[in-house]
Write a protein that binds this ligand. Structure first.
Ligand code: HEC
Ligand code: HEC
Ligand code: HEC
Length: 147
């Protein structure tokens, strides 16, 4: 009986210690990046939604952009028709038209705050103008990138 009690206390202490880092991260994750959808362009929208559902964009925006790039560079296909039947130009500028906030600092820009938070460093900005960071696209081509 006595032994059993000790084992149970030991187990409780173990579980508490094992879950601590997890709980700690939970708290941090709740804070999250500063997702700013208060840009002039988004304020004009009647329905405040992205080109596809938010869940889809969260999970797939990287693949979507790389597909767009391939379509434009390899097939000269510049028109994206979304699942609602609306057309958009396949360009990073399409995203920035809605997601760039002229009143926010660089580190608070939509794409950048989240990438910093997630420690992702897309190399796109080396060539693509990303307002406030570099204004002049580099005339190199995509053949140098393997994605
Ligand atoms: C080495 C320079 C370079 C890098 C790095 C680069 N691009 Fe590009 N990208 C170009 C060039 C040049 C074009 C062709 C522009 C055109 O035809 O309009 C282009 C076109 C595109 C297009 C279609 C047109 C447009 O203006 O948006 C997309 C989308 C795109 N790139 C996405 C990306 C993404 C996403 C990344 C990062 C993962 C990236 N690119 C990194 C040089 C680059
Ligand atoms: C017509 C304006 C518009 C365009 C164009 C647009 N977005 Fe969005 N985007 C929005 C709005 C509005 C939301 C917020 C929707 C919500 O509150 O659920 C959003 C949400 C998102 C999210 C999810 C953010 C979160 O809460 O986790 C991502 C990621 C995203 N957009 C990326 C992109 C990328 C990448 C492009 C270009 C390929 C793009 N968006 C083009 C308006 C736009
Ligand atoms: C809600 C958070 C969030 C927002 C907002 C966001 N991203 Fe991302 N992005 C990520 C994460 C996380 C990854 C890495 C995903 C992976 O590696 O699977 C990523 C990856 C990418 C990549 C691929 C990078 C690579 O080297 O493979 C591109 C390109 C990209 N994002 C473009 C954008 C653009 C453009 C915007 C703004 C219009 C944007 N993202 C907004 C979270 C976000």
């Amino acid at each position: 009986m006595h032994r059993k009690g000790k084992i149970i206390i030991g187990l409780i202490v173990f579980i508490a210690l094992a879950t601590l880092p997890f709980l700690y991260n939970l708290g941090r994750e709740n804070k999250g990046p500063n997702i700013n959808i208060n840009t002039p362009r988004i304020q004009e929208l009647e329905v405040k939604q992205c080109i596809e559902s938010t869940e889809y964009m969260r999970a797939n925006h990287m693949k979507l952009l790389v597909d767009w790039r391939d379509d434009v560079v390899r097939k000269s296909d510049r028109t994206y028709v979304n699942s609602r039947g609306e057309s958009y130009e396949k360009s990073i500028d399409t995203c920035l038209d809605c997601h760039h906030d002229p009143n926010a600092n660089t580190e608070d820009q939509f794409c950048i705050t989240c990438h910093d938070y997630a420690s992702v460093k897309p190399d796109c900005r080396q060539c693509h103008s990303w307002p406030g960071i570099n204004e002049h696209p580099n005339p190199e081509n995509h053949m140098t990138i393997n994605q």
